[in-house]
Structure formats: structure tokens, C-alpha cells
Design a binder for this molecule. Sequence first.
Ligand SMILES: [Zn+2]
Length: 198
Amino acid sequence: MRSLSTAVFALIACLLPALRAESLPSLTVLLSVEGNASASALKELKYELNSIMKDSGRTLDVRLREQAGPTETFEDVVLVKLKGTCKMEHLIPFMDERGPLAWTHSTDGTILPFAEVSCDRIANAIAGALWGGERKEADKLLGRALGRVLAHELYHILGKTHEHNTDGSVAKEALSAKQLISNKRLAFDVRDLNRMTP
Ligand SMILES: [Zn+2]
């Protein structure tokens, strides 16, 4: 009996972050697209980001920056610059450049609500991981990768943390190209969600 009540308590404790998060402000993500972008990649980016962020308990509104009104106000907003070409123009790795797939900015150690994502580096990373029929939906898979990378940056911004999680979480320090495009869901764990809850 005792072990049963412990199990029930543990389950309730696991659910707490999601319940507490219900009253969190909604989050608007405004995307600035610097170069050429595939409509299919942008659509999948929004789908994937919504799917991952759903666990945070926030209502998410992802749209292009030009779709925001000049005097519009937001409960909470993050600006995202998509740099380079957000389209799979090459189905084999096309550059040697190494570097972060995305990054945030800080002032005096405080992370600002502004992220930059390198479409070129992400496209290059996944080009080498596409297999067989995946090549036919390369732009869609690029969008999935962009959504996962962006969710990772939102974790840093909302959690106000530079720390990372371990394997299996989208808040892991480095995500492999396979993890970025895999059909297997990539999500936050309870620890990540607690960090993102004020
Ligand atoms: Zn990180």
C-alpha cells in the first residue's frame, strides 16, 4: 500500500510542471527570414516547434516578423533570425565550415530574447544524414531540424540558462544530424520544463 501511494505521489510530482505552466504568458516567436526559404521547411518548422513547446504549457504563436503589426503588443516575444538559405539546395554536404547551428545573445550574462539560426549549417549537417526516400522530403526534414534547433534556443531563453541536459532531451548540448531529422520524437524532459517555468 505504501509503495502504491509513493508511486501515485511520484506521478503527481511529474505532472506538476505542466499543470503549473497553464497560467504562463503566451509566447510569440517572430521569424526574420534572411535568404531564400522553402515554404515546406517553414511550415514544418512551425509544426515541430509547436509540438515540442506544447509540453511547456505556453500557447505558442509562430509567424513571420512582417506579419506582426507595427503597434502590436505581446505577452512574451522572441525574435529569431533565420540566416542563410533555409532550403535544401544540396543533397550532399557542401561546405566545410564548422560552427554552432544557432546561438543566443547575452548582455552582462543575461540571455536576451533573440536567437539566430544558421540555415546553411543545419542544411549542411543534415545533407550528409539523408537516406533513400528522405531525400524526396529534404525540405520538410530541414524544417523539422530547424524546429528542434529553435526549441533548444527557446529553452536557453525561457530558462535563462546556459546549462544543458543529457542525451535524449532536445536541451542536450549537441544534437546529431540524425537526431535533428529522426521520426522519433525529440522533447524536453521534466527537468528542462521546470527550468523554463518561472
Ligand atoms: Zn545550447
